[in-house]
Design a protein around this ligand. Structure first.
Ligand code: ATP
Ligand code: MG
Length: 442
């Protein structure tokens, strides 16, 4: 029955698209923004390329066909769903053609497009609802194990590009636009109560070490915030650091980037002792920090924010660096002249990452990049983190969203009130009962 989970996940993405189209339609009827028609086109391309070519045909040919073979109960409903499947490519085609051909000044043309979008989204949402409420329960009852084997195999074999973290091009742009159109944050993240976790045996890792922190102590006045922390990050690794509020995660990152002095202990980077090295020299050496709360310069343009991140690089390289960041985050290129303060939270996080990338870092320190962002944007941020790792950048990631962080981490550390209490491969910590109780709310 795994196919049903796959279908539901794909419905989730289709819902996001129909919701976003709804927002766009409302805006097109009143005060369209510059990218709106293009976004409609991208959404139509996605629906045409994925839903119409893969999702719907598989439902018709396999799932619905099996249900029909086993039961007459919902014959009429299924016929209606199949008719929807036949109709919807035509509707999407019309929407795309209108979005492409209508000039933003053509009020009547826009009204026609808005009407098409409204009919289409209402029909698709109703279609998904009926499928999930009527046909899925029926399928669960009447399909045989052999049926499921076949149906499951077919649905397991394809990937919804919108749910694929590695995707780029138009789909990545569509994702970025969708994050702008969907509703605001709904609060995420793990449990933040202080907890004590029993100390397990440390396991050795074999990869070449890029960063090594040993017996690090850090104080604010008389308060000791870090009590002798040991931590290693191998070259090319993505290492996650999780822990409750006030555990010292930010302090540890700031000590590594050099903005916070170490009271005792050693920080080594690429084998060299950098414990006393100034912060800007560490940037030159290849350490870049993306601070908690993003901290972009709001009144300054997006492009100028990026230029500021390049202060360690020769002027001749800055243009190339900017273009690289724009390739990574197309939405920043589109808005480059605008004040950074006009960006959404997710986009500001992209800008903060982009600014750090301008120094060509070997090691990126990310402090709670998903904080306060809506689920779809959090996915986007994690997609970016994975993309950076794939590009060979070593990453130390502090995250409140422990589940997501542990899932992507090669290795992870749990920090409790200034001490490391647990470490291990990310997926292993994800299965650890103490971690599940303390950070995953299970
Ligand atoms: N500038 C400061 N002066 C004094 N104490 C500080 C300062 N910054 C942090 N602390 C204290 O150091 C400890 C660690 O704080 P830190 O900000 O590093 O925690 P954190 O794990 O990043 O927490 P959060 O999840 O809230 O970001 C806390 O007890 C905090 O109150
Ligand atoms: Mg912090």
């Amino acid at each position: 029955m795994r196919a049903l989970d796959v279908i539901i996940a794909e419905h989730g993405n289709m819902w996001r698209v129909t919701r976003a189209l709804g927002t766009l339609a409302a805006r097109l009827g009143e005060r369209p923004e510059a990218d709106d028609l293009h976004t409609v086109e991208l959404a139509a391309d996605y629906l045409d390329g994925f839903s119409e070519r893969y999702h719907h045909p598989k439902e018709t040919d396999l799932l619905f066909a099996r249900i029909r073979r086993r039961s007459n109960e919902a014959a009429e409903v299924i016929e209606r769903l199949e008719r929807d499947h036949e109709m919807s490519p035509l509707q999407i085609g019309r929407i795309r053609d209108l979005a492409r051909a209508t000039p933003p000044s053509d009020v009547d043309g826009l009204a026609t497009l808005v009407a098409e979008i409204d009919t289409f989204t209402a029909r698709l949402e109703e279609h998904m609802r009926v499928e999930e409420e009527v046909t899925f329960p029926l399928a669960r009852r009447v399909l045989t194990p052999d049926d499921w084997r076949e149906v499951d195999a077919a649905f397991a074999a394809h990937v919804d590009p919108l749910g694929d973290p590695g995707v780029d091009g138009d789909i990545a742009l569509l994702r970025a636009r969708l994050t702008q159109l969907l509703p605001a944050p709904d609060g995420l993240g793990g449990h933040r109560d202080a907890v004590v976790i029993e100390l397990p045996r440390r396991e050795a890792r074999t990869r070449g070490t890029l960063l090594e922190v040993s017996a690090l102590v850090c104080r604010y006045g008389r308060i000791e915030a870090l009590h002798g922390v040991d931590l290693k990050v191998g070259a090319g690794e993505l290492v996650a650091l999780v822990g409750a509020n006030g555990a010292g995660k930010t302090t540890l990152l700031r000590t590594i980037s050099g903005v916070q002095p170490a009271a005792a202990g050693v920080v080594r980077f690429g084998g060299e002792d950098i414990t006393r090295m100034a912060a800007d020299a560490r940037v030159r050496a290849g350490i870049a920090q993306v601070p908690e709360g993003r901290q972009v310069f709001q009144p300054m343009s997006i492009e100028d924010n990026l230029v500021m991140g390049a202060y360690t690089r020769p002027a001749a390289e800055i243009r190339d660096g900017i273009e690289e960041v724009y390739d990574l985050f197309p939405i920043l290129r589109e808005r480059r002249k605008l004040p950074a303060g006009t960006l959404s939270g997710g986009q500001q996080q992209m800008l903060a990452v982009g600014r750090a990338m301008m120094s060509k870092p070997k090691l990126l320190l990310l402090d709670e990049p998903s904080m306060g962002l809506a689920p779809l944007i959090v996915e986007e941020i994690f997609r970016i983190v994975k993309m950076l790792k794939a590009a060979g950048i070593t990453i130390l990631l502090v995250e409140q969203n422990a589940r997501a962080a542990l899932a992507v981490a090669d290795h992870a550390y749990v920090l409790e009130t200034g001490s490391v209490t647990l470490e291990g491969p990310g997926p292993e910590l994800l299965r650890n009962d103490d971690v599940r109780r303390a950070y995953l709310g299970m």
